[in-house]
Design a binder for this molecule. Structure first.
Ligand code: E4P
Length: 218
């Protein structure tokens, strides 16, 4: 399973890369706005830092505008993946960009039907937003189960990229279902490492050894 970081924060990305757990990055307009920096230069900065795929989203909502912005995003660096919203214009742009060799990540997916359309359009990734479904009382993981099952029946080139992840169990359950990619906020990546028994166990090992009064080399 690939881990992407869902952030435009350079420090978080650098730390995740140091830990060796980051295979790519997803950004969106909200995440870039939070950094208070310019749009395209931020996508470029992230793309230069990360060896894997970096999703940068179009701001246009019409087909021509999406194509223009998609091409400009893709021209920034080879690893930029163009993020396009679900809808007729977005999926039409996916098809056109795919024919030009440009990869896309279809965002704001909330149903299996939408994921099926993205697969047919030739998206490289489909991003079902599971946390936002949970937020409105629906079961986000059920959507992942449905999409993984549907994609197993066909030879779509589209990978399931689990998005809007809120906690470690979203990651674990996505892995159990065989989703190819999960995009994590940095705090969820940190939480994956933690268990209180790990901390207590380490403290006990070290304090037992300290009591001997000896060092590592004694
Ligand atoms: C995915 O690519 C999106 O950037 C992201 O996962 C949205 O998550 P949110 O619901 O936490 O904003």
């Amino acid at each position: 399973m690939l881990f992407f970081l869902d952030t435009a924060d350079i420090q978080e990305i650098e730390t995740g890369l140091e830990w060796g757990m980051v295979d790519g990055v997803t950004t969106n307009p909200s995440l870039i706005a939070k950094q208070g920096k310019a749009y395209l230069p931020t996508v470029l900065e992230v793309a230069r830092l990360v060896p894997g795929p970096v999703s940068g989203e179009v701001l246009a909502t019409d087909y021509e505008g999406m194509l223009d912005q998609g091409r400009r995003l893709a021209a920034l660096a080879e690893n930029v993946v163009v993020k396009l919203p679900l809808g007729p214009a977005g999926l039409r742009a996916v098809r056109t960009l795919a024919a030009e060799g440009i990869k896309s990540n279809v965002t704001l997916c909330f149903s299996a039907a939408q994921a099926l359309l993205a697969g047919k359009a030739g998206a490289a990734y489909i991003s079902p937003f599971i946390g936002r479904l949970d937020d409105v009382g629906q079961d986000g993981m059920l959507l992942i189960e449905e999409v993984v099952e549907i994609y197993e029946h066909y030879d779509f080139e589209t990978q399931v990229l689990v998005a809007s992840v809120r906690h470690p169990m979203h990651v674990v359950q996505s892995a159990q279902l065989g989703a190819g990619v999960v995009t994590l906020p940095f705090d969820v990546l940190q939480k994956l490492y933690r268990h209180p028994l790990t901390d207590n166990g380490l403290e006990r090992f070290l304090s037992d050894w300290r009591k001997t009064g000896k060092s590592f080399d004694d």
